[in-house]
Design a protein around this ligand. Structure first.
Ligand code: DQQ
Length: 555
């Protein structure tokens, strides 16, 4: 079990080795945060899936326990797939997950703690009585029926949703129960959309219309809005809508303008999948966890002995504009910041200028920066042909080295000294009619000198490194402020970037060969004709937390 450390992260969630995917059943219970996740105990590719289990007091330092749920029963003998936790009345945690039976049918199973007085909830049991709690009826596609959500209580009944499809129709089947034992399928799904294919890992929760406090999943009344999210198996990205939960009709209805399907809004325009949120009773916030897969070829994943990370948990709440969510790394992350950050202020960046941010560990840092400029007059016109293309295509055409008007400007992260390797995180402003659009990019195109072995004739997609020009638009009116803010969490092979207080977020996985460890650099840059001022930059080295040390050793 050799593990190559080069691109392992310093402060992101990772076990010591092997493959991980979806975060499962996150919850806060009796003073501890629990994170379960899909894990292959035997290697660094997907397979042999169990629910690995870690606990934390602060969402940043993690101790590893034995896997909580492993294949052992007829109802999960071929795998224990994703699911959620619900805290039932009487303070009783309850896990709902998808078990795969011998015929590869997907069943909804449950597990409960063996001993509620164990503060770590180390052992979980899967009672024979009551399992599975949902068996797909003949009208359901049993090979596409998975990932039950955290249950919520309304109209005197518990409710849960299971993701599915019928041909290309994405479906969120709704099930209800009076006693959390016997579950009945509702006549109609909670929601379904034609043309989207399989809905993996659905998530459904209320958000407050005033302020950033999170709500319990059952806090359903007229004053709240609802968020519905799915992970699209076909495209491997997620989208969400904001809407209304009609509890009489048991239907979710997205708001007008909240687009369901490909063109919808995303939590993250980069590498972020199978996310799940939970209500944190301790701090009254809703927290979102997402998984970032490797972007490298499978053979290299196998050779390095590990694959997959969980991104930093984010607080999530409704933007005051009511049209989207805002996301921000949990405040506990700041405990890892060095005591003496590097700061810069009122630095002017002329076209073509790069300024190195010196004195930090650029491979493991947290950077906050605010930019301003005088005028939008020089903004380039927005090509009408881009209107129907993903932002990613625009970023691919207009990279950091393509001079512009207002932008591109931003950070060059994980850069080698002479910029042979770099992952620019940048803004570019376009004129569109009387308005402006703000493109935000995290461009992995030049992130590494590693070349795929093109001589190998049968190089499949899986074997190639993926270096996309990830991008999204930022819904902000710059004509008033002429200011924009950026925060990037840089951690060896991941760059997680938050534009304008968390309006648009992009995570990239990258594998530099030169910009590694102490040889990584960070620059500010501007390649637009309009001068840009760095009003303020603060860059912190990030300490290494306790990361999945086995519990006995850690305490
Ligand atoms: N991963 C799990 C499934 C889920 C998928 C299997 C999403 O339950 O649909 O590992 O990444």
């Amino acid at each position: 079990d050799k593990v190559i450390e080069t691109h392992r992260t310093g402060y992101h969630f990772q076990p010591p080795k092997h493959w991980i995917n979806d975060p499962n059943g996150p919850m806060y219970f009796n003073g501890l945060y629990h994170l379960f996740y899909q894990y292959n105990p035997k290697g660094s590719v997907w397979g042999n899936i169990v629910w690995a289990h870690s606990v934390s007091k602060d969402l940043i330092n993690w101790e590893a326990l034995e896997p909580a749920i492993e294949a052992s029963k007829p109802f999960d003998i071929k795998g224990c797939w994703s699911g959620s936790a619900t805290i039932l009345p009487g303070n009783k945690p309850f896990i709902q997950y998808t078990g795969i039976d011998k015929d590869e049918r997907q069943l909804q199973d449950f597990a409960v703690p063996k001993n509620l007085s164990d503060p770590y909830l180390r052992e979980w049991v899967k009672p024979d009585q009551g399992n599975p709690f949902i068996d797909p009826d003949p009208s359901v596609n049993a090979s596409a029926f998975r990932d039950p959500t955290t249950a919520w209580f309304v109209n005197g009944e518990w409710h849960t949703v299971v993701g599915s499809k019928k041909d290309m129709l994405g479906i969120a089947y709704l099930y209800t129960s009076k006693d959390f034992k016997k579950w009945v399928k509702a006549k109609e799904p909670l929601h379904s959309v034609q043309g989207t294919g399989m809905w993996e890992c659905p998530d459904f929760y209320p958000v407050s219309q005033t302020g950033d406090r999170g709500l319990d999943t059952s806090a359903v009344d007229k004053s709240v809005k609802h968020v519905f999210k799915v992970s699209l198996d076909l495209t491997r990205f997620e989208y969400y809508t904001i809407g209304v939960y009609d509890t009489d009709k048991e239907k979710y209805i997205p708001d007008e303008g909240s687009v369901d399907s490909w063109a919808g809004i995303r939590y993250d325009y980069g590498n972020f999948y199978a996310s799940k949120s939970f209500f944190d009773y301790k701090k009254h916030r809703r927290i979102l966890w997402g998984w970032a897969n490797e972007s490298d070829g499978k053979t290299r994943d196998v050779n390095k002995g590990w694959a997959g990370i969980q991104l930093i948990p984010r607080k999530v709440w409704l933007d005051p504009n009511g049209k989207q969510l805002l996301q921000w790394p949990v405040e506990e992350l700041e405990t890892l910041r060095s005591a003496r950050p590097v700061t810069l202020s009122s630095k002017v960046l002329k076209q073509g200028q790069n300024i190195e941010v010196e004195g930090i560990t650029a491979a493991q840092a947290d950077v906050e920066v605010s930019f301003s400029f005088q005028s939008l007059d020089k903004a380039e016109p927005f090509d009408p042909k881009w209107a129907d293309l993903p932002a990613q295509d625009v970023c691919h055409e207009k990279g950091s080295t393509v001079p512009g008007g207002v932008g591109p400007f931003g950070l060059l992260t994980l850069a080698s000294e002479k910029l042979e390797e770099l992952t620019p995180v940048m803004f570019r402003v376009f004129k569109k009619g009387d308005n402006h659009v703000v493109l935000f990019c995290s461009d992995a195109t030049s992130s590494t000198l590693t070349k795929d072995d093109e001589k190998s004739s049968n190089l499949t997609r899986d074997e190639m490194m993926y270096k996309p020009s990830f991008a999204g638009y930022v819904d902000v009116d710059l004509s008033k402020t002429k200011k924009i803010a950026l925060r990037s969490l840089i951690d060896h092979s991941v760059v997680e970037s938050f534009a304008e207080g968390g309006k648009t977020v992009i995570s990239s996985r990258v594998y530099p060969t030169l910009a590694v460890g102490p040889k990584a650099h960070l620059f500010l840059f501007n390649n637009g004709t309009e001068e840009v001022t760095v009003d303020k930059l603060t860059a912190w080295d990030m300490a290494k937390p306790v990361m999945n040390v086995p519990l006995e050793k850690a305490s």
